[in-house]
Design a binder for this molecule. Structure first.
Ligand code: NAP
Length: 253
């Protein structure tokens, strides 16, 4: 029998919900009855989601690198629907930062989006006025935190920093039964991967597919684990990273 979840009467925020894995998670949560606040910068993509799930999905245009944009939106959502039962942070940007010639601006944007954005959202969401005791937080890290992706020190460092921060934050928020974990996907076919493949010199997707025991992933290959972490069935799990990579780390090409 397949695994299904019932998230009716529960509220979630998904940051980075306009595409890829964030969108998949937001739509699956809505499909499982949750009320979802879907957040990102691209209005048109968010509007399409809202039209697909008009009673379940609310949307907000927020740039996580701009201070103060999320709080009024969250205040309004919680006033209308109640406190959050979980938060998923998938916002991230890729970019090459070879040590010999990297743009500091690119490196800072990667860090601001994947690391500082995540920390600031966690600080806000885990306030008592915004989330229930037992709230579950899931942040997106990456296998790059383990492999150190070539010419991507900023991305790899940001994703490793998220994991380390989560281990620390878990100790603070456990007092109210709140949990926080990271998921580290392997190579998943999304807008981000397609952009990265265009930048790469060689046939990156071909190399990845060869190394990935179960092939290139789809967003739905990762979202199931995220829903599990958000659910009550994961209530004893916190401060951990979970690799969901189709066997990439053990594939030797
Ligand atoms: N795809 C992979 O193979 C892979 C592997 C390991 C880890 N990851 C990580 O998984 C997460 C999701 O990636 P994905 O592959 O699903 O990529 P994606 O389709 O490019 O999605 C990234 C999301 O982040 C949002 N975002 C980016 N910058 C933002 C900002 N400043 N403010 C608000 N939202 C922002 C984007 O929305 P807007 O552009 O509309 O703002 C988009 O919804 C990322 O953290 C990524 O690093 C991906």
């Amino acid at each position: 029998m397949d695994v299904t979840y019932d998230f009716s009467a529960k509220n979630f925020i998904v940051i980075g919900a306009s595409s890829g894995m964030g969108r998949q998670v937001a739509e699956e949560l809505a499909g499982a009855g949750a009320r979802v606040l879907a957040v990102a910068r691209r209005e048109e993509l968010l509007r399409q989601m809202q039209e697909k799930y008009p009673t379940q999905i609310s949307t907000a245009i927020v740039d996580v690198t701009v201070a103060g944009e999320l709080e009024p939106v969250l205040t309004e959502f919680v006033a209308e629907f109640g406190k959050l039962h979980g938060a998923v942070y998938t916002a991230g940007v890729e970019g090459l930062t070879p040590l010999r010639a990297f743009s500091e601006e690119t490196a800072r944007t990667i860090m601001e989006t994947s690391f500082w954005g995540a920390v600031k959202v966690m600080q806000l969401v885990n306030q008592r006025r915004f989330s229930v005791d037992g709230c579950s937080n899931v942040l997106f890290s990456s296998i790059s935190a383990y492999t150190g992706a070539s010419s991507m020190f900023a991305y790899s460092a940001a994703k490793a920093a998220v994991q380390a921060a989560v281990r620390s934050i878990a100790k603070e928020i456990c007092r109210s039964g709140k949990r926080i974990n990271t998921v580290s996907p392997g190579w998943v076919s999304t807008e981000m991967t397609h952009r990265a493949a265009q930048e790469a010199a060689e046939d990156m997707i071909g190399i990845v597919e060869e190394r990935c025991l179960l092939g290139l992933g789809k967003p739905a290959d990762v979202s199931g684990f995220v829903l599990f972490l958000l659910s009550e069935r994961a209530r004893w799990i916190t401060g951990k990273d979970f690799i969901v990579d189709g066997g990439y780390l053990w594939g030797d090409g």
